[in-house]
Design a protein around this ligand. Structure first.
Ligand SMILES: Nc1ncnc2c1ncn2[C@@H]1O[C@H](COP(=O)(O)OP(=O)(O)OP(=O)(O)O)[C@@H](O)[C@H]1O
Length: 321
């Protein structure tokens, strides 16, 4: 894969920091993204994803740190970076009373694109929007609106696409199609950094980066991130998992106990302690539910990372005050 060649680094930032007033919302973030990669940027609300993305694409000046985006210096060449990346914001704005084609034509004028009519037509065809080109943007469903937003972000043929929660509120099929499109674009050499809260989307990325309280706390492939968490999971299946959940949550060695229908996922760092806890909870509740080792999910890992970051933040702020 092209992404394995180290010279093809598209984003390379070091120690990026941003403060708003007293609050450090991005705290010495370093990351690199290579050509053709799709990298997922995950983390709780307010953890600094959008702020980081805005600093990478030249929209926001960092207070500290340095780096390059598309080989350009993020401090010196912000204006050039802005024109060369595709950026799809959380709230993509378009003109509701213009058609899909007219909206894209408007964006093409902003970018001062040559051969505007042909470029708009090619983009409509590329993104499967051609049949709907005369439909008013305001009348589109959520999935088609996202597709229009994606079309507007890639029309000037950027080498890097920054997507900020591109599929929030979009149904599963439309999300799946959106992601198929992202993979098609990446296989043509486009590099993608995408923030999301959806686990299934994280699993469609080549790599993920998890940020909490402005600091990166995990990174790697999904398998690597799960493995490095050191968590074990036991799945308890039966009728009364709600009652078992309440009991087992209080047992030592249990970090999480989450019912999924008739299954209960019990998660903790020490497999032996976890088994003792589950056995004790089954005995205490008199349940005949069946307990078996299960796979730890990415969501389990993220919940743990978030809780750990929260605890660290509390203790740091506690000391400071
Ligand atoms: N212009 C600003 N002025 C002051 N505070 C800001 C500004 N922009 C962002 N923040 C704060 O910085 C923190 C990080 O926000 P950011 O939008 O980067 O988080 P996020 O990870 O993208 O969150 P979400 O998942 O909710 O979109 C938040 O506490 C936010 O309120």
């Amino acid at each position: 894969m092209a992404a394995d060649r180290p010279e093809e680094v598209v984003i390379d930032i070091h120690g990026l920091t941003k403060r708003f007033g007293e609050k450090t919302v991005v705290d010495h973030v370093s990351l690199d993204v290579r050509r053709g990669e799709i990298v997922g940027f995950l983390g709780p609300n307010g953890s600094g994803k959008t702020t980081t993305i805005r600093m990478i694409c030249g929209l926001l000046r960092p207070d500290d740190g340095s780096g390059t985006c598309l080989g350009l210096d993020i401090l010196r060449d912000a204006d050039r970076i802005k024109r060369q990346v595709g950026y799809m914001t959380q709230r993509f704005s378009y003109y509701e009373d213009l058609t899909i084609r007219e909206n894209l034509d408007f964006v093409a004028r902003i970018y001062d694109l040559k051969n505007r009519a042909e470029t708009v037509k090619a983009t409509l065809q590329r993104l499967g929007l051609y049949e709907r080109r005369d439909q008013l943007a305001g009348s589109l469903s959520g999935g088609w609106k996202q597709r229009l937003a994606l079309a507007a972000s890639v029309m000037h043929q950027p080498k890097l696409l920054l997507l900020d929660e591109p599929t929030a509120g979009v149904d599963p099929q439309a999300r799946r199609e959106f992601w198929d499109e992202i993979h098609d674009l990446a296989s043509d050499g486009l590099t993608v950094l995408v923030s999301t809260h959806y686990m299934d989307e994280a699993e469609r990325c080549h790599r993920i980066i998890y940020i909490a309280y402005g600091k990166i706390v995990a990174r790697g492939t999904v398998a690597e991130v799960i493995e490095s968490s050191g968590l074990s999971t036991i799945v308890v299946s039966g009728k009364d998992v709600g009652a078992i959940a309440k009991t087992v949550r209080e047992m030592p060695g249990v970090e999480q106990a989450a019912p999924f229908g008739n299954d209960l996922h019990v998660v903790g760092p020490d497999p032996a302690a976890l088994k003792r806890a589950v056995d004790a909870a089954l005995a205490e509740t008199g349940s005949d539910a069946v307990a078996e080792p299960g796979e730890t999910s990415l969501e389990d890992v993220f919940i743990r990372l978030m809780q750990q970051a929260q605890a660290r933040d509390r203790s740091t702020n506690g000391k400071a005050s």
